[in-house]
Design a binder for this molecule. Sequence first.
Ligand code: FAD
Ligand code: DLZ
Ligand code: SF4
Length: 516
Amino acid sequence: SKPLLLVLGDQLSFSLTTLQDAPANAVVALCEVGEEARYVPHHIHKIGLFLAAMRHFAQALREKGFQVHYSALDDADNCHSLIEEAERIAQQYGCDEIRVARPGEWRLWETMQQRENATIPWRLLEDERFFTTPDDFSQWASGRKQLRLEYFYREQRKRTGYLMEGDEPVGGKWNFDHDNRQPIKAKLDFPELPQHRQDAITQEALNDAKGHFGDHMGSLDNFNLPVTRRQALVDLHHFLDHGLADFGHYQDAISDSAPYLYHSRLSAAMNIGLLSPHEVCEAAEQRYYGGDVPINAAEGFIRQILGWREYVRGLYWTQMPNYKGANQLGFERELPAFYWDADTDMRCLQRAIQMTIDNSYAHHIQRLMVTGNFALLCGVKPEALCDWYLAVYADASEWVELPNTLGMVLHADGGLMGSKPYCASGKYIDKMSDHCQHCRYSPKQVTGPKACPFNSLYWHFLETNVEHLSKNPRMKLIYGSLNRMANEKREAIRQQAEHFLDQLETSPGYGQPCHT
Ligand code: FAD
Ligand code: DLZ
Ligand code: SF4
């Protein structure tokens, strides 16, 4: 037998199952295809990242002695679809099967599965680059009424032994979040990211991205994502030396000027395979044992990767394909048009979206509590919001984007992922950030021309979703406040919110604002 080993754009690791068991006659294929860059209008940095990283990895494979077929965007015979291109190449080389590790998105998985009995059959292998497989998650989930991160995470700590003393968590607690909610402070000094050199391969890849997809969001002039394992390791060590110690304390803070704060910006490198989650967690653990960083930092960081990242992946693979259609709160609004160009006078949104346009990155609290929270309060339909998050972030792949957007942000899965929606008023953003002092609105006002729109939208959201949310024990207190509000005040807030929503311009897709 002679297999074609298809390596997808987010599988750039030598530890990939497909490569581990490669017979000597195997042909390894990497395929640049137009369809993957266009099924949502990806940010230009994301496309540049995939092209540059795939080309570098193909070179590394050749240096290790693999026989590699690389389909470039400009190849005359390129089919521009992953499935068709793999089948074409398999035929060309006389291969009798196509092996691939589980892709990052259901749409590909489904098509590949349907072709398990095709003329050249597809063989799907498990992607072993995670701490858990979908089967492990499924076993953990079976028989549980609620799938809470905290319990999943504790089990992963016990399984891996990370930050454990026997059966007990180091420091006596599983979770130090209590110490991790400090707001932004004026004097903070955030580390600058390392600047990566662009060799000929990277430059050519970026030129091709620009040539083909120059009309997508963003500009490549400031492209600085790691595109090789070596560059990713530079970023990892830089974070361990300069970011990790303060990661915990300011994990939830939002800055008007700094995009990264003490976050690692390692998600894209991990998601495409340049770094393994194991080595990242182990390095953070070592910094704790070496006395370089406090427990709240090491634990908080490891929880994001060993906990959240594995947990959302498990949810995705065990809940799909129905998960994608979930819309428990019945949201129907299109995406506000300013999500594509940051043209809004709401400062927090303007900054989060502008940083996204500039860097193809926003940190978790910007995604969750600024752009996410606003979409939740306005009732943006899941499909439109999910497509946006999938398009604009360099780290976006559906297995991780979808549960975060649909479950965590929009509460569309009926509380499977979060016991309550992360809805918040302007008060929360004012507490955690320094945006409001630069804004034309006031977070202290609920009605009137200067009132922060988040405030009236917050009450309006509670009112319009009362049926689904008021019985939730964690929402009891806030519905109590709403119910005690004088009718006149309630009416004024309702009008303020409805007026705001009426004049909100929405967009059915990138670059096509629909003037309603
Ligand atoms: P850090 O803050 O330094 O965290 C360390 C690592 O932990 C990250 O690199 C990431 O691998 C992991 N992590 C942290 N939070 C999460 C989480 N909630 N889910 C999964 N992993 C997590 N992350 C993606 O990798 N791809 C996405 O497409 C994506 N979409 C998101 C959409 C929404 C609406 C929200 C609210 C979050 C999304 N996240 C996504 C999770 C998180 O925001 C990013 O992983 C994080 O901001 C990446 O920046 P960082 O590497 O600096 O993270
Ligand atoms: C995001 C992306 C882009 C822009 N281009 C490619 C590509 O040309 N070839 C490829 O194999 N993958 C690409 N990707 C990532 C895919 O969209 C997809 O999410 C993963 O391959 C699934 O594992
Ligand atoms: Fe955002 Fe409201 Fe603060 Fe303006 S006042 S920055 S809109 S939270």
